[in-house]
Design a protein around this ligand. Sequence first.
Ligand SMILES: Cc1ncc(COP(=O)(O)O)c(C=O)c1O
Length: 381
Amino acid sequence: MSSCHDTKTTCVGVMDDAHALERAGHDVIHMEKGEPDFASPEVVVEAAVEALRAGKTFYTDSSGLPELRAAISEHLQVSDGVDVPPSRILINSGSSPALLSVFLATCGPGDEVVLPDPAYPSYRRLIELAGAKPVFVPTREHGFRFTAELAAPHVRAATRAVLINFPSNPVGATATAGQLRAFAELGPPVISDEVYRGLSYTGAPDPGILQVRPDAIMLNSFSKAFTMTGWRLGFTVVPEALLARMKTIQQDGFVCANAFVQWAAIAAVRNADKIVSGPRAEFARRRDTLLAGLTELGFAVPHPPSGAFYVFARLPDGHHDAYAFAAGLLRTAHVAITPGPEFGAEGAGFVRFSYSTPAERIGEGLRRIRAFLTQPDSSRR
Ligand SMILES: Cc1ncc(COP(=O)(O)O)c(C=O)c1O
């Protein structure tokens, strides 16, 4: 059996091994996945079917359907109180191609992007694809809390942007408006990845960067809060000065997002609050169960998550190698998790648990982890 340890660059190893075990007839608990387990909203499915039947199968404007951009502009006004004209909203096939476009448009060789460690692994690879250098800000000593104060010493002449992500992957951290404002005031352009926005458990709406810095680059997606990962749809708010460059990259590199998916997304935006409240409530319950269970088993969670659907936990005493632990847990207990170093050097000795799996499966996963930990050799390295 292979493990992430073999490649060190991606955790496809864990997922491949988990799927191989399933094909061999084993019951695997999936706590490694970065996507919600809920079905996509019925109202959106209906709208997509309708759009297909109505023949919405042709290219759209490269920047996106005017109707969808207008709906998003209205939504931003109502939910965040920000005034973003549809002309500054670009529709793309998820935030991943949007991230690539943003890095290509904003930086190149000799340039730097400041971002936290740990962070979503694709950031590093996409920044490097654009020829620029990721400059990681260690956060572990600060309980994995990425703040403007920590970022400030890393900002210099070569810095083209500071990249933030709240609620965050893998830590599940959220930010207050004051914390976002401090990033806004650092000076360099701010790229804010808000794909987990809406999935926060603080009891208050989570703030967005545009509320404190109108010229920020803001990426969002229908993948997470709208439970639409496979539809591949997202949107980016771009400052006026960057529009022409972003549009060229979008047009030449991606043409446009799927037409009927864009039509369906109008229904998603119009029903946003109703759609997002269900997963948010269920995730909050699961988070409480998982946090309590992991703590009881000896995992330490320096930053209990207030958003997204991940718990970033330190291995129990006696365990040091996150890759060996994840591989051992999968092999013997059939529970799939992600080794912390996948998200950066600061993740050594940590693992990420995703609670995008039903509560009873989380309960079963915890039982299996307990049994694994009491084995004489549970990869104690
Ligand atoms: C922080 C973060 N940003 C972006 C993405 C990409 O999401 P998508 O391309 O589906 O919008 C992910 C996916 O896991 C993520 O965790």
